[in-house]
Design a protein around this ligand. Structure first.
Ligand code: PEP
Ligand code: MG
Length: 597
């Protein structure tokens, strides 16, 4: 099936691209493709009457980029060598070869200026990178830099990714979208998201679920198959993106989306009933949140409190780090929305796959193994003290506990405890209010802590199992890599053994334990965890209703029996099959998001 549409663009056949089901729901709508460059723009084709204007826009962008570079060179701090590099860039920007290639693309290919600049630069870069002369090869970076400056001038972008202003509803398509980009775009016009990178547990997926935007991530070859305006069906339940669907596929997409919404409505109807298993065994369900405004959403979805507040999102996408007062205001807002329910703050977990705002840190070849979370906090104690003080002040206004992520050794934990005491002294010296006692605990997400749980547990007041990272570090699988996501199963027997050990260690030391990784939001996994002895879980608020319903359908004895058998297995797949064979028929509506065909 291929024809030439009225726009003259080649229409190609329907394609169903598999990806990772990252946020539930099904949506149908036109694609808006953000180009893969760091600076985003919409790749649009021009009408012939628009080309002259576009060339003029490109020329103005050249002048603007030159002006900006000149002012960089005129800074009093600019060294002589910086000035000479800038001179060279100014010449490259004014180079006729680049300009004529861009203008040719605008006139002949009808590409908008941004698109023309990107492809022209790409062309130069690929020619240069094929040269044997290392000097010429190095010039690639110069061309990339020039291209970036031109795109910034064209889009009006600063160092931050520029986002288009959306008017109609679209499916956002990109190589990658950061949580900050999503927030900048806003929920209002986004029908769905499809990206080439990302996994179920990356932070973009977490934010997409929090904003209830159906999303499929990790779709390989997406950008080469989709053009802005193409109709798409994004199925965030199955994990597929259908490009240029048939009418039948569109109707099925609408139907599945509506059934999912109907199930969600049905589950929300009775959301505030107590959470128990079928035999009445009580289970505690809490919410994971990233932003203060999610707290009321969590409560409306049945959360008994917040079991994980990922505070690092206060630090991202901004030039100045948040002050103590600013953080305090956010924390108060969350506590007000929780209306007496408990709140577990997690001190910032920056680094890893989470950006660090403007904090200038040396590049890290392995961010997940680098200066992340508590390591960063101990390197910059003032950052942690500021945050701890804000949390302690908030403790005067609600039920507050504080935990620390990525602890890997007892020595680190001791140092953090010392800083916690220091923060309390600082608050007391200022005569500010705080709760007399604020429980202080750790996340168990590094295998070293799980293995030494009998040493850690007695020195903490509570524990929280972070199975996203525990799985990543136990199996040595990068949690952000879509290619590897099938290797990173929380059903892996090695992960389950560590989890069981932590549950037993916490019980032996009489320490409360909650599990807050994505495992808690997986209906089959949570039944296994209950069978292993866990009773408290924290998960994304969007999945609370279906988890609550799943628990109502299974007894404790059934969960214990399956867990015992699961612990005998050697393969993650066997554990999953075992759970599915026992429970899937009873949970089919929940597992399919209400859209079983
Ligand atoms: C985890 O690692 O399981 C966790 C809950 O923390 P995060 O996903 O924020 O790293
Ligand atoms: Mg973690």
């Amino acid at each position: 099936m291929s024809d030439h549409g009225s726009s003259g663009r080649l229409q190609v056949a329907t394609a169903v691209l598999p990806g990772i089901a990252a946020a539930p729901g099904v949506a149908v709508g036109p694609a808006l493709v953000l180009a893969p460059q760091q600076i985003s723009y919409v790749r649009s084709s021009l009408r012939s009457s628009e080309t002259e204007g576009e060339v003029a826009r490109f020329r103005r962008a050249v002048l603007l980029a030159q002006e900006e570079l000149r002012s960089l060179g005129e800074r009093s701090s600019a060294s002589r060598s910086e000035q000479s590099i800038i001179e060279a860039y100014l010449l490259m920007l004014g180079d006729e070869t680049l300009a004529s290639e861009v203008e040719r693309r605008i006139h002949r290919e009808r590409q908008c200026a941004e698109w023309a600049v990107s492809l022209a630069v790409e062309g130069f870069v690929s020619t240069l990178s094929a040269q044997s002369d290392p000097y010429l090869r190095e010039r690639c970076h110069d061309f990339e830099f020039i291209g970036e400056r031109l795109l910034m001038a064209l889009t009006g972008a600063s160092s931050r990714r520029a986002m288009p202003k959306l008017s109609g509803s679209v499916v956002l398509v990109a190589h990658e979208i950061s949580p900050a980009d999503l927030l900048a775009l806003g929920r209002e016009h986004l029908l769905a998201i499809a990206t080439e990178s990302g996994t179920r547990t990356c932070h973009t997926a977490i934010v997409a679920r929090a904003l209830e935007i159906p999303s499929v991530l990790g779709v390989s070859g997406l950008l080469s198959r989709v053009t802005s305006g193409d109709r798409l069906v994004v199925d965030g339940l199955r994990g597929s993106v259908t490009v240029r669907p048939t009418e039948e596929m569109v109707s099925s997409g609408h139907r599945r989306g509506q059934r999912h919404e109907a199930l969600t409505r049905h589950l929300l109807h009775d959301i505030h009933r107590r959470t128990t298993l079928a035999d009445g065994e009580p289970i505690s369900l809490l919410a994971n949140i990233e932003f203060s405004h999610e707290a009321s959403f969590a409560v409306s979805h049945g959360a008994e409190g917040v079991g994980l507040y990922r505070t690092e999102f206060l630090y991202t996408d901004r030039n100045v780090l948040p002050s103590e007062d600013e953080q305090f205001e956010h924390f108060r807002a969350v506590l007000a929305a929780l209306d007496g329910r408990p709140l577990v703050f997690r001190t910032f977990d920056m680094g890893g796959d989470k950006p660090i705002g403007n904090l200038s840190l040396p590049p890290q070849p392995n961010p997940a193994l680098g200066l992340r979370a508590v390591r960063l906090a101990l390197e910059h104690p003032e950052l942690l003290l500021t945050q701890l003080r804000a949390m302690l002040r908030a403790s005067a206004e609600g039920d507050v506990r504080i935990m620390v992520p990525m602890v890997a050794s007892l020595r680190e934990w001791r140092e953090v405890q010392r800083l916690f005491e220091q923060a309390k002294e600082q608050i007391d010296a200022r005569r500010q209010a705080r709760a007399r006692h604020v429980p202080f605990g750790i996340m168990v997400e590094v295998p070293s802590v799980a293995l030494l749980i009998d040493h850690f547990a007695p020195h903490t007041e509570f524990l929280s199992l972070g199975t996203n990272d525990l799985t990543q570090y136990t199996l040595a699988v990068d949690r952000t890599s879509p290619q590897l996501s099938r290797l990173a199963s929380h059903f892996d027997p090695a992960v389950l053994r560590l989890v069981r050990g932590v549950i037993q260690g916490a019980q032996a030391a009489h320490r409360p334990l909650t599990l807050c990784g994505a495992m808690a939001g997986d209906p089959l996994a949570i039944l296994l965890l209950i069978g292993l002895g866990l009773r408290s879980f924290s998960m994304e608020p969007a999945v609370l209703p279906e988890i609550k319903e799943a628990l109502h359908r299974v007894t404790l004895a059934e969960a214990q029996e399956v867990a015992a058998e699961a612990m005998q297995q050697s393969f993650a797949e066997d554990v999953e099959h075992l759970l599915a064979s026992q429970f899937a028929h009873r949970l089919i509506d929940l597992l399919s998001g209400g859209a079983a065909d």
